[in-house]
Design a protein around this ligand. Structure first.
Ligand SMILES: [Zn+2]
Length: 95
């Protein structure tokens, strides 16, 4: 691989990251708060295969539920524990 290939690959990666960031439904700080809250509650009570902790955080913080849930599901978050293992992973890698 020559230098220009490396540059192209780097530019592509940056662009992919930017696209992923643009797709975040709420700010980075709010996502961090969401994942932290859900993590603490799943740790305490376990996951019941719903998005109950995610949805209660959304309601409590008056955030746009449809957008957030669509984004979480797009990244494999169909219940609280998957939000943490899948959707949070996409956020960690691209934030
Ligand atoms: Zn689960």
């Amino acid at each position: 691989m020559d230098a220009s290939d490396r540059d192209r690959k780097k530019a592509w990666k940056l662009q992919q990251r930017k696209l992923a960031q643009d797709a975040f439904p709420i700010s980075d700080a709010l996502l961090e708060s969401l994942f932290k809250a859900v993590d603490a509650q799943v740790e305490n009570s376990g996951c019941d295969h719903t998005l109950r902790f995610t949805q209660s955080w959304i309601a409590e913080h008056k955030q746009p539920e449809a957008e957030i849930l669509a984004w979480l599901r797009e990244h494999g978050g169909f219940c609280d524990c998957e939000v943490l293992s899948n959707s949070a992973d996409n956020w960690e890698q691209n934030r």
